[in-house]
Design a protein around this ligand. Sequence first.
Ligand code: GTP
Ligand code: SPV
Ligand code: MN
Length: 598
Amino acid sequence: MKGKQMLLDWVEEIRALTTPDEVHWFSGSQEEIKSLTDMMVEKGIAERLNEELYPGCTHFRSDASDVARVEDRTFISSKLEEDSGPTNNWEDPVELKKTLTGLFTGSMKGRTLYVIPFSMGPIDSPYSKLGVEITDSPYVVINMAIMTRAGDAALARIEAGEEFVPCLHSVGAPLEEGQEDVAWPCAPMDKKYIAHFPEDRAIWSFGSGYGGNALLGKKCFALRIASIQARDEGWLAEHMLILKLTSPEGKVYHVTGAFPSACGKTNLAMLVPTIEGWKVETVGDDIAWMHYGEDGRLYAINPEAGFFGVAPGTSEKSNPSAMATIQKNTIFTNNATNAKGELWWEGMGVEAPENLVDWKGQPWDPESGEKAAHPNARFTTPASQCPTIAPDWEAPMGVPIDAILVGGRRATTIPLVHESFNWQHGVFMGSIMGSEVTAAVISDKIGQVRRDPFAMLPFIGYHVGDYLKNWLSATEKSSEDKLPRIFYVNWFRKNDEGKFIWPGFGDNSRVLKWITERIDGTAPARKTPIGYVPAFEDLDLTGLDVDEEEIRDILTIDRDEWLEEARSIREHFDGYGEKMPRELYDELDALEERLSED
Ligand code: GTP
Ligand code: SPV
Ligand code: MN
């Protein structure tokens, strides 16, 4: 859709379909955010946190069934099923629109329809894209106000004639005359639909109020729809953090990292190095849009304006920058609070305050063994408040990327870090990524390893084979020597007692240091069948109290484990069918050959 008239027509069409009591255009002003928040506090939908401890912060409890993304209810509804590919749910778009039109009919009854114009990316960036979310959830409005550049500035660009992605959302819980509302309205699982229509560049989301299901600028637009735009326009829309790294000598590097949900992007983006003189600054923590510059290098912008981060495990020790960011103007969801407006989650690193009410709204008994916060409890917080935010995080042309990390949670097999031989081999590394499924998604497979190419499995808006081709085509759009180097990292190896071997968090700077030395050609590495791996001596482990044997172990390639891994990769590739690029099979053949040599 494009321009003012189309926007007005669309809003009117949706108003007539969903029959809300009122229509409210969100301007983006602080007063408006405050009055929406006050309204929700008054209605008992939200609670204000202690004003001295957490000024301007609120807390929400979701319905117990609506706590994470719902991949089984997420659809890529392209005209042809083969265009959506083997990794996505598909329904015929005509049929699905019929079903959804039925569901949206009268779905906003008794509620207000909010219109949120927004920009993904800095408002003055040529790489930004516009969207408009229609929603009946005031919670969504105040979250979008943090996560995107929402309101009048985005509207002005649309009114000037620019294109926008229509993003339709309803919690799917109309109110009958006199019916009392619940704190977190949503629809039952079988009525939830997170639907994408690639040919129309449109999103229809029904029945959930949570995170990636409802804040449609994020996964639905900035990844699923944008990945389609990126394929067509020749760039990359990726599930990646972006960080700026400065060495003690003042040399600057930019690094992106593709890790699956709840696998450490936010933490790495805000890392506080434990090695002398190094500095990390944050550009983005979840999504990177990368374009080829005129100089052939890849430049990344962060399309978001806030962080929707995992709360549990966030502490002064693990992520002090996140702790500082969330002290004010932050929305918390599904944590534990008490009558004093104190806040807590597992792994906050402080003793639990007294008389907590858990995420389900029940008095919490610390002895019960129940979790006080949901494992996917989140904070929504402005990126601008982050003490480590990079001064140029909103640079309209983005930052030039030196290295791309890929990785996931793997208790075995995958070493701490290994470097690809070249771009094609690096794309192969991204394509074989596996990770243990986390609580960021509602699934009965939590903890099991699943393949998740470039951490994009649930976010590719088209056929995975074509997506990997788009990655491979980088060497045609640029050249090997200008493209970032690709590294595969794994912070999550466990020992026999089930404990993490690598200390992780701030100590990941030690791995980043080796990576910069590889970029500069100053660090040695061993050539192994899977790529270049540092020797124990090649890593700067100054001041680190670790078990040398264990660290040597996570830098060792076990051929038998890797042959087994290769077999499993072949199965995974075969499952992607004929569109799987031949180059990646060539890489797999070559890997197996190297593993079999002595
Ligand atoms: P999404 O927002 O879902 O995309 O997650 P994310 O990739 O940003 O993950 P995040 O940084 O929020 O980390 C998720 C969980 O992993 C938290 O509980 C962290 O404490 C934990 N974690 C992050 N980094 C490390 C690490 O280096 N080592 C270990 N052991 N755990 C980590
Ligand atoms: C993820 O699951 O990767 C997230 C959280 O970043 S959500 O926005 O819910 O998708
Ligand atoms: Mn994410």
